[in-house]
Design a protein around this ligand. Structure first.
Ligand code: HXC
Ligand code: NAP
Length: 264
């Protein structure tokens, strides 16, 4: 993973949690924040996966912890935050990245399929915000709360009604938190990636439904994103360079949304 133009120590002395940090976009974010000097805790359900991911990040010399927790369970998220604060001495950055998604037409979507994705994506983000707030508020660097969203939530998203509603809720929550937490010096933003190659999301939504080629062709920059594109956007939002940026969606999609809007 590359730091790009960022200084290797630009997050030195800060501590971060990345939910879903054991795979895909979350892993890339965790790795990049670590390379920038942050201490990082990876939080998700599958401890084996977290430990393998932590091993990779640690090989670069970074301080990394793993905590098994299901973001649907508020007590588990609270415990993960407490464990991180105890280990690192505080919490400056919370990245709510964990999510679940699958393609199913609305008429076939069970009540539990709806509830499951809303629970992981929307309630999970709420649980992260609740648990992180007291610590972000006392961050010496100014707390950062970032949720990973998608513009598909605002466009209409056939086959993903549950994820669309959940992510739209997340985007709304972030706007409110930016206003409520601004006086506490906590910056709250979303990152809205377009399709990111090699991820579980693209596998489920596009590879398995035969849409990869067409979707890729719809990106003005001519390719799917890479996990490091999202990771560097996250690093920017966590860095001092973004000190006056809050309540926004940082779209990282190679211009795809503009192309979609141009279509009937
Ligand atoms: C229809 C499905 C389904 C499918 C699950 N369900 N998969 N329905 N089609 N493919 C239904 C089940 O039948 C069940 O309803 C309910 O959803 C809950 O399923 P469980 O398997 O019991 O849930 P759980 O074990 O909690 O697992 C959660 C999960 C799983 C979301 C279903 O896939 C998961 O853990 N996903 C995490 C990884 C992931 O999704 N990554 C992609 C993120 S990409 P019933 O009624 O039968 O009980 C993303 C955006 C990508 O978020 C954007 C790309 C551009
Ligand atoms: P991914 O690799 O499947 O990442 C999802 C992560 O969330 C996994 O590490 C998973 O770990 C964790 N997770 C899922 N359910 C959880 C739960 N209940 N509790 C705790 N952790 C849970 O998928 P990805 O494609 O990288 O997606 C990452 C984020 O980017 C998601 O928010 C997604 O909506 C967003 N996004 C992705 C794309 C894309 O193109 N991939 C585009 C736009 C937005 P465990 O299984 O160990 O729990």
């Amino acid at each position: 993973m590359a730091l790009g133009p960022f200084a290797p120590d630009c997050l030195k002395g800060r501590s971060a949690i990345v939910t879903g940090g054991g795979s895909g976009i979350g892993f890339a974010i965790a790795q990049t924040l670590s390379e920038a000097g942050a201490k990082v805790a990876l939080v998700s359900r599958n401890l084996d996966r977290l430990q393998s991911a932590a091993q990779v990040i640690r090989s670069g010399g970074a301080e990394v912890r793993t905590v098994a927790a299901d973001v649907r369970e508020p007590e588990a998220v609270q415990a993960a935050v407490q464990a991180t604060v105890a280990a690192f001495g505080g919490l400056d950055i919370m990245i709510a990245n964990a999510a679940g998604n699958f393609v199913v037409p609305f008429e076939d979507m069970s009540f539990n399929a709806w509830r499951t994705v809303i629970d992981i994506d929307l309630h999970g983000t709420f649980h992260c915000a609740k648990a992180a707030y007291p610590h972000l508020k006392t961050s010496a660097h100014g707390g950062r709360f970032i949720a990973i969203s998608t513009l598909r939530a605002l466009e209409g998203w056939p086959g993903c009604a549950n994820a669309a509603a959940a992510k739209a809720g997340v985007m709304s929550l972030i706007r409110t938190l930016a206003l409520e937490w601004g006086p506490d010096g906590i910056l709250c933003n979303t990152i809205a990636p377009g399709p990111i190659e090699g991820t579980e999301g693209v596998k489920r939504l596009y590879d398995e439904t035969g849409q990869t080629k067409a979707q890729s062709a719809s990106v003005p920059l001519g390719r799917f994103g890479r996990a490091e594109d999202v990771a560097q956007a996250a690093l920017y939002l966590c860095s001092d360079a973004a000190g006056f940026v809050t309540g926004t969606d940082l779209v990282v999609d190679g211009g795809r949304q503009r192309g979609q809007r141009g279509k009937a």
